[in-house]
Design a protein around this ligand. Structure first.
Ligand code: FAD
Length: 499
């Protein structure tokens, strides 16, 4: 009998054993497998404002996830091969060494990732190694959408209604029972230092410590949904910003693929059977549909997701970092020194932990783009560097959406950060938690230090301009000014492309 040529499973943002179609198919062929992850140095390059493209929190999460997957694979008799290098070079070298027949992998949607896929194909072609891409990441499989991705509705509600009208979520695939892997040097996992990063310090104010890996993902799902029983109140609590269990906090594991959304879906169904079925349980699925939708947006619009004008090529005159004033304002936003406590608390939390809530993200993105009028792509890049749950589609499409250049761009909308703060944190706890200089301010007053009289400033030990910044901008006037500019830009759009 002729020996089957080995199958390479190229891991990307799918660091799990459960519900992993490339791995599942590879095991089913009966050929020996080689499971490979390439730590691509391009992902650790430096961005324009001197920040690493992959910051230390996400890098550490990645290394933990790889270590966890390797341990699980070894327990099944296999292994995970890790190499530092560009996938096109690493995979070609391994394919040559093993005389591999095919490389299986999950397709990505954004241009950078697709360029890598094409480079891999080019490198493997002369070696007569086939490639096969599978669709993963989403709750609804691309092939089960009731329309082609090119005809994706521009409004989320329309998308969701059509998808929900034809319920077709595939079952999560089981993890393999055992692995039959080729013998090859497994390779050492890189260290943070070898990637040019420092070990991030644990800020004592951190409310949620994320540990990478499939085991930690499944443990979080069980702890939040079942032990803490938080799904039953999720729809309201998800908007709060301070506590770990306010929302699921599954995003880092979903982003790196340690957890499959179909697995989450099945767990929600089980919860609905065993505990309760209500609008809160439905809301978690609703959010997973948003996640899908943004991925399909990225697939539909390709490179335009990264253009200043976004999906509709809207010519809003974004401020770049060309003037000292814009540089100072951008730095104040990054560092949490704007004089707007909700923005400052969120930006300091992001820098200190690699995470901030959805409510906080919407507010800081709106503040940067709608109030300061600064190029939304600078904010998206900063998030890319900082976020532990960075996902190319979710990040860039959310930013474009808030900046008014994404899908469903319905006029100029901006978040009044004073009102948002009171609506979602009426006691001011979140502000005091991240802004110690405001610790003496009671209740929602913590969100309005700018209204303190001189006497009050002295009494509460918050001297504006010394202990805490004065607001760097007149929020309403600036937003109004930008609204005018936005109106002009919209009026210049060719009619049929703007919905
Ligand atoms: C400017 C901006 C940038 C963002 N960047 C990212 C990013 O890089 N990666 C990322 O995963 N999410 C991103 N989000 C979406 C959202 O903020 C996070 O998914 C959410 O805060 C994660 O917390 P959670 O897991 O507790 O969410 P939950 O409320 O528990 O939601 C459950 C899951 O649904 C998904 N989800 C929820 N809201 C959204 C949304 N608006 N868009 C897409 N998916 C969503 C996430 O996978 C999340 O884990 C961004 C939002 C904004 C406004």
């Amino acid at each position: 009998m002729t020996e089957l040529r080995p199958t390479i499973v190229w891991l990307r943002n799918d660091l799990r054993l459960h519900d992993h179609e490339p791995l599942h198919r590879a095991v089913a062929t009966g050929a020996p497998t080689c499971i490979v992850y390439c730590v691509d140095p391009r992902q650790f390059a430096t961005l324009q404002f001197d920040a690493p493209k992959t910051g230390a929190f996400r890098a550490r999460f990645l290394l933990e996830s790889l270590a966890d997957l390797r341990q699980s694979a070894r327990a099944l008799g296999g292994d995970v091969v890790v190499r530092v290098g560009e996938p096109e070079q690493v995979l070609a070298a391994i394919a040559r060494e093993l005389n591999a027949g095919v490389v299986y992998y999950h397709a990505e949607v954004a241009s950078e990732e697709q360029r890598v896929e094409r480079a891999v194909m080019r490198a493997l072609e002369p070696l007569q190694v086939q490639t096969q891409a599978f669709w993963g990441h989403t709750l609804v499989h691309r092939d089960d959408l009731p329309f082609r991705v090119n005809n994706l509705p521009d409004v989320f509600t329309q998308y969701r209604k059509r998808v929900e009208a034809t319920p077709n979520i595939r079952s999560a695939l089981p993890a393999p029972a055992s692995l039959h892997c080729v013998t090859i040097e497994a390779g050492e996992l890189p260290t943070l230092a070898s990637l040019g990063l420092d070990e991030p310090a644990l800020d004592p104010r951190t409310t949620m410590v994320f540990r990478g890996g499939e085991q930690a993902a499944l443990a979080r799902l069980a702890a939040w949904m079942w032990e803490a029983d938080r799904l039953r109140t999720y729809k309201v609590t998800r908007n709060f910003m301070l506590h770990a269990d306010d929302s699921s906090k599954l995003s880092p594991w979903l982003a790196l693929g340690c957890l499959s959304p179909r697995r989450v879906y099945e767990e929600v169904q089980r919860y609905e059977r065993v505990r309760v079925r209500n609008e809160d349980t439905a809301w978690l699925i609703f959010e997973l549909h948003w996640r899908d939708y943004f991925r399909f947006i990225a697939a539909k619009w390709g490179d335009r997701l990264f253009h200043a004008g976004g999906l509709n090529d809207l010519r809003f005159p974004w401020r770049g970092l060309t003037s000292q004033k814009a540089q100072d304002e951008f730095a104040a936003w990054q560092e949490g020194r704007t004089g707007f406590p909700l923005v400052d608390a969120a930006m300091r939390e992001l820098a200190a932990t690699g995470f901030t809530s959805n409510r906080a993200r919407q507010n800081v993105a709106s503040f940067l783009t709608r109030v300061l009028g600064i190029d939304w792509r600078l904010g998206a890049s900063w998030f890319e560097s900082c976020l532990i749950d960075y996902d190319v589609a979710s990040n860039w499409a959310n930013w474009a959406y808030v900046a008014g250049v994404g899908n469903d761009a319905r006029g100029f909308r901006f978040f009044n950060v004073h009102k948002q703060a009171v609506d979602y944190d009426p006691n001011g706890d979140y502000a005091r938690h991240w802004l110690p200089e405001l610790a003496a301010l009671r209740g929602a007053r913590a969100y309005r230090p700018d209204t303190l009289t001189s006497d009050e400033q002295a009494r509460f030990g918050v001297v504006l301009g010394t202990d805490y910044p004065r607001p760097i901008v007149d929020m309403f006037r600036s937003a109004e000014h930008n609204a005018e500019k936005y109106k002009v830009a919209v009026s210049k759009l060719p009619a049929p492309r703007f919905s």
